[in-house]
Design a protein around this ligand. Structure first.
Ligand code: OAD
Length: 247
């Protein structure tokens, strides 16, 4: 009989988890995988839409060339996300808000599932798919409140064209988001890196900053990643199974 794989949480991690005050959590697409959100990489797959790799359709170049196509792609993604619910990993992290003196949740995800699970003050490095931003006046709108007969919705405030309020390839991160995450990374005592392939910078540098400043860095992922070697501990397993085991 083939033994079933068991997730192992070390005694050291249990102790550190029990004693930690300042905790920083960096999440990526993998934390939403058990909710049904497809990851970008991993498992040998790379997302392709209408023959275009996601880093082409989700790029600043495409925004300049074909704004309607970018909206179509994000409308398609929102259509997939609309029915999905947070999973036990999102819920576990939402509970950590009351457990630790200081919890900073930094996500690369744009799906809004951390907030749906009850997490507050989420640092969104790559924006949010449920928001649109005006090219002209910069104001932000909830996409669910937009009514538009055209593929490209317009701003309530000034009538300018809106774009998805997400970071595209070739664009800068929202002002202040990375800086506030990096500052917290310098003072945390425990840092979790959950469900990210850790190949997209500067997000991937956050655990590196935490490690350099002396934090205990723990990766949770069913696979090894580019960051595994620098982590103090790698818990091989699915986030939805591992995080509830921590308490
Ligand atoms: P990736 O798709 O690159 O990586 C997903 C990671 O999740 C992989 O390492 C998988 O092994 C892991 N994974 C899969 N299932 C999991 C589970 N149940 N529990 C835990 N981990 C699991 O996603 P990201 O690292 O988030 O940027 O990608 C980073 C950025 O690349 C994204 O934010 C996006 C993309 O380009 C922008 O759109 C700007």
């Amino acid at each position: 009989m083939i033994p079933t794989e068991r997730v192992l949480i070390s005694e050291e991690l249990r102790d550190r988890f029990a004693q930690a005050n300042n905790v920083l959590v960096l999440t990526g697409a993998g934390i939403s995988a058990e909710s049904g959100v497809p990851t970008f990489r991993g498992g040998g797959n790379t997302t392709v839409w209408k023959g275009m790799p996601f880093d082409v359709i989700s790029s600043a170049g495409m925004l300049a060339r074909d704004l309607p196509a970018v909206w179509e792609w994000f409308n398609y993604r929102r259509g997939l996300l609309g029915a999905l619910k947070p999973n036990s990993a999102h819920e576990a992290i939402a509970l950590w808000q009351t457990r630790f003196q200081d919890l900073t949740l930094v996500t690369q995800n744009i799906d809004g599932l951390h907030q749906a699970a009850g997490s507050r003050n989420v640092v969104e490095l790559h924006g949010n798919i449920w928001r649109a931003r005006c090219f002209d006046c910069g104001s932000r709108h909830d996409v669910r409140e937009l009514k538009s007969d055209t593929l490209v919705p317009v701003c309530f405030d000034c009538g300018g064209n809106l774009r998805p309020d997400v970071v595209l390839f070739g664009e800068m991160l929202p002002a202040g988001a990375f800086e506030s995450a990096a500052m917290k990374a310098q003072t945390c005592d425990l840092c979790f890196v959950i469900g990210t392939s850790a190949v997209v910078y500067p997000a991937a540098s956050i655990p590196e900053i935490a490690r350099a400043a002396g934090a205990h860095v723990v990766e949770v992922n069913p696979e090894h990643t580019a960051l595994s070697d620098m982590c103090d501990e790698v818990v091989i397993g699915k986030a939805g199974e591992v995080l509830p085991m921590l308490g």
